[in-house]
Design a protein around this ligand. Structure first.
Ligand code: FMN
Length: 387
């Protein structure tokens, strides 16, 4: 058993174990991948301020996200096809999150269904909604999430159309994988994955197949998804969905101060500053760089969360010190899941927790609610000056 000390270690094992098409699916950004790269590299422009001789006993990373207790403010982001990275991936990730005391967000495009995850867990999880043209289907999804006792609806706003990831097209990404000579050659080297997948509860989109007329297999589904995402989504529709849901709503995919104000005006309980992990608008600003102007625009009027580019507890610390009240990890937990299933997700959370806790202490702070920009050295031109 290798000694795992950081997220990169998990990624290396994941790369060996998962079929190439699913590794590439996770480990890509859209087009030139500028935004995907800068999501991570922009964290490196920020420096933490080391403080000494401060009593660091009695530390805690516990806090709240949208009023719910969390052991650290790091939720698992919604990630489509998680159940292809590892058999029953959503169930395993949700269980790891529950045991760790952080929120798990189930994607609309998951393999395990809302009901599968509800059955396998004991605490409420969050459900992420993609809005579709088929309004009845969207309403049924909302009702199913309510019936499963989900405690927040995360509405993703930055994927009405799909940003292009070259490798997905070249690999012929599908769930389950289509058996072409090159996928067969690759799958022959992934025995453990294949054997575990044979015993999986599901191998296609559990929230969709069997819940939409005419969609019974993956081939139909590809066409259905491409046709079904709703290009007409606007703030009016978001307000209606919020009303239909009736519970806490998190609006995900905000990268601009004007949109943050609009999100506030429709009554969002929280917003997620996100560029979808660099998978949608290539050339958009990194989330951490976009965060200060959004915080300036909304102040304390809405809870501001951040994702995209977090690979360590130090990244989490920088986002919190900048002013975010919560963060999400996407790829960082997928690496763990693909490497070692539930134990790998737990490992990813443990790594990040330890990094956050230790680094917080070395900055002279004992609790996350004591974090502020005082522990951060931000370059004067970090946000840039734009015409
Ligand atoms: C493989 C993959 C699939 C994703 N699928 C979804 C999805 O179904 N719904 C969604 O709202 N976001 C999705 N995202 C975006 C994540 O929720 C999150 O915004 C992103 O992963 C954060 O960046 P990070 O991976 O650098 O942490 C996906 C991200 C990845 C990497």
């Amino acid at each position: 058993m290798p000694v795992i000390t950081n997220i990169e270690d998990l990624k290396r094992i994941y790369k060996r174990r998962a079929p190439r098409m699913f590794y590439d699916y996770a480990e890509s950004g859209s087009w030139t991948e500028q935004t995907f790269r800068e999501n991570c590299s922009d964290f490196d422009q920020l420096y933490l301020r080391q403080r000494v001789a401060v009593d660091m006993s009695g530390r805690s990373t516990a806090t709240q996200m949208i009023g719910q207790d969390v052991s650290m403010p790091v939720a698992l982001a919604p990630v489509g096809l998680t159940g292809m990275q590892h058999a029953d991936g959503e169930i395993k990730a949700a269980r790891a999150a529950e045991k760790f005391g952080v929120p798990f967000t189930l994607s609309t495009m998951s393999i395990n269904s809302i009901e599968d995850v509800a059955e396998a867990t004991t605490k409420p999880f969050w459900f992420q909604l993609y809005t579709m043209k088929d309004q009845d289907f969207v309403s049924r999804l909302i009702q199913r999430a309510k019936a499963a006792n989900c405690s927040a609806l995360v509405i993703t706003l930055d994927l009405q159309i799909l940003g292009q990831r070259h490798k997905d097209l070249k690999n012929g990404l599908s769930a389950p994988p289509k058996l072409t000579p090159s996928t067969i050659a690759n799958l022959m080297t992934k025995w453990t994955w294949g054997l575990q997948m044979l015993g999986a509860k599901r191998r296609n989109f559990g929230n969709i197949v069997g819940h939409v007329e005419g969609v019974s297999d993956a081939a139909n589904l590809g066409a259905w998804t491409a046709e079904q995402f709703d290009p007409t989504l606007d703030w009016g529709k978001i307000a209606k969905i919020k009303e239909e849901w009736g519970g806490p709503v998190i609006l995900k995919g905000i990268l601009d101060a004007e949109d943050a104000k609009m999100a506030m005006s429709v009554g969002a309980d929280a917003i997620v500053v996100s560029n979808h992990g660099g998978r949608q608008l290539d050339g958009a600003m990194s989330s951490i760089k976009a965060l200060p102007s959004i915080l300036d625009a909304v102040g304390d009027q809405v809870e501001v969360h951040l994702d995209s580019g977090i690979r360590s507890g130090q990244d989490v610390l920088k986002a919190l010190a900048m002013g975010a009240k919560g963060t999400y990890i996407g790829r960082a937990f997928v690496y763990g899941l693909g490497a070692m299933g539930e134990a790998g997700v737990t490992k990813a959370l443990e790594v990040i927790h330890k990094e956050l806790d230790t680094s917080m202490a070395l900055c002279g702070r004992r609790r996350v609610d004591e974090l502020d920009r005082d522990i951060l050295l931000i370059p004067e031109d970090f946000e840039g000056r734009w015409q």
